[in-house]
Ligand binder design. Sequence first.
Ligand SMILES: *Cc1c(COP(=O)(O)O)cnc(C)c1O
Length: 405
Amino acid sequence: MSISRKTFDEVMFQCYKPLDMMIQRAHGAFVYDSSGNRYLDLTAGIAVNSLGHTPKGVQKVIRKQADELIHCSNIFTNKKTLELGKKLVSMTDFDRVFFVNSGAEANECALKLARRVAFNEANDEKNEIISFLNSFHGRTLFSVCVGGQDKYSDGFGPKPAAITHLPYNDVETFTRTISEKTCAVILEPVQGEGGIIPVDPKFLKTVRELCSKYKAMLIFDEVQTGVGRTGALYEYQNLGVIPDAITTAKGLGAGLPIGAVLAKEEFARHFGPGTHGSTFGGNPLACAVGCYVIEKIGDPVFLNKVREKGQYLKEGLESIGRKYGVFEEVRGKGLLLGCVLTDRYQGRSGSLQQYGFKHKLLTLVAGSNVLRIAPPLNIKKSLLDKGLKMLEKAVTDFTADQSVK
Ligand SMILES: *Cc1c(COP(=O)(O)O)cnc(C)c1O
């Protein structure tokens, strides 16, 4: 069968506009296209390939597990699902786990749980959800409407009710808005898709205090920040504020689809038999890989290296920013970094990304003003140097391009 990039335009829903190439194979931090070109990948499948592409250890786990048990449904249980559950619980501050297959599903589950807790413990007035402008929580109807970017949720109405979007990091509006009617507050400890914006610790402290006061379930969406991305196993551990639940997905399966909600017992206990479910959630193959990933990444030595490499990369990016006057600032944590374009280059992150592609460097954007970098967490320092050199070439072209000026 003849397949090319053109086939995408012929048979696929056109929700995406992939770059003009097809990936054939990938190893570590390198991706090879069907024409034999090699690219340095600082996207890691959007913070998913946490251990790089096709890691040998993951291959081994998959082979072994594929030999024993691939799927059995949640009518039964199995060792690997329970092993991952136990590991996640023991390495965090939470008591129980619910497994799903993606970030959106994890948020969907956490938000449904918050509504159910309020339904059981309060009255039907307590159903309001507070989230933040520019946040992103996935693409199911509920999660996309809770997300703070109307462009993703408009045109799919009627939208679920009782969702309020407030300015992120704004103590005053939050304090004024939260009430007895609030059942949940959901936030990303670093807004990812919204532009790599870290939460303000002072704001977070207020949010925690008021959620406790009004008995609103505080949910951290750690789908992007979790599993070592920011240099802690979960970013809440860096921040020293413990939410009532976190959601995790992306990096947890090192490329296999898996997600989870972790919650405190007083919340989790409201989901009894029949209240929620998932056919594939907790799939033994994905969980076997999850166990391997959590062991590797949860190691303090590994996490320390993520923080070190993150700092190193940040300084390198800042130096390019200064030399060419392209970056206002470089923000983010660990190996989740956003290069914010200066005023004269506003709206041009996609163009800079294209120049990177021309130099065989793969990067992400987070909105039209931020170039996002999220390499594999085990990337070698020498490859960060290589990436910085390639980016400098891309920036040289980008700033020289008349159409940009
Ligand atoms: C990617 C992402 C999601 C959605 O995850 P999916 O697996 O695409 O459903 C939700 N929240 C955050 C913070 C994300 O970065």
